[in-house]
Design a protein around this ligand. Structure first.
Ligand code: MN
Length: 169
């Protein structure tokens, strides 16, 4: 997939069952997928601060990939489009500037994730790769529903990581 210019950029959250289960959160920026590995996955509860480790960018055509990677499996846990609403000093800034500044705010329009989320770089552990993913408190916030435990299948195919592991074994 490679959305035509002018269309809203894509986001995807892939559930990656590898040596350790994690969720890969990816945002389309300038033709690539800027990516974070989130061990506990996104939460709709604004009180939850989820560690998000910046990992290497991926090619856009990885966005809707489902299948095996090595010993692990990947499904598309959520996908849709996003809007960059990051501001700095009260003015909108583009995604490249937001990433450089270490603070990104996006409004997601997905199947499971909607509303605003913030990603903020921390100095935690003295590692520049560590960011925190948090739900912004808006109408889409939900303090009761732990989405990552109730929703485990792909929004594209309905398959689970276990289905993929079984198919290819
Ligand atoms: Mn991964």
């Amino acid at each position: 997939m490679s959305p035509a210019s002018g269309e809203a950029p894509v986001f995807v959250v892939q559930r990656h069952d590898a040596s350790r289960l994690h969720f890969d959160v990816r945002l389309e920026v300038e033709g690539a997928l800027v990516s974070w590995a989130v061990p506990k996955g996104p939460s709709l509860d604004p009180r939850d601060k989820r560690l998000a480790v910046r990992v290497e960018d991926h090619a856009l055509d990885h966005a809707h990939f489902e299948g095996r990677i090595g010993e692990g499996t990947v499904i598309v846990w959520d996908t849709g489009t996003y809007e960059n609403v990051t501001e700095k000093d009260g003015r909108p800034i583009d995604m490249a500037a937001a990433l450089e500044a270490g603070h990104v705010k996006v409004v997601l329009s997905g199947h499971r994730l909607t509303g605003a989320f913030a990603l903020t770089r921390t100095s935690m552990g003295g590692d520049e790769k560590n960011w925190i993913l948090v739900k912004v408190d808006d109408d889409a916030a939900d303090r009761r529903h732990e989405l990552t435990s109730t929703e485990t299948g792909s929004v594209l195919s309905g398959r689970t990581n276990e289905d993929l592991a079984d198919e290819s074994s």
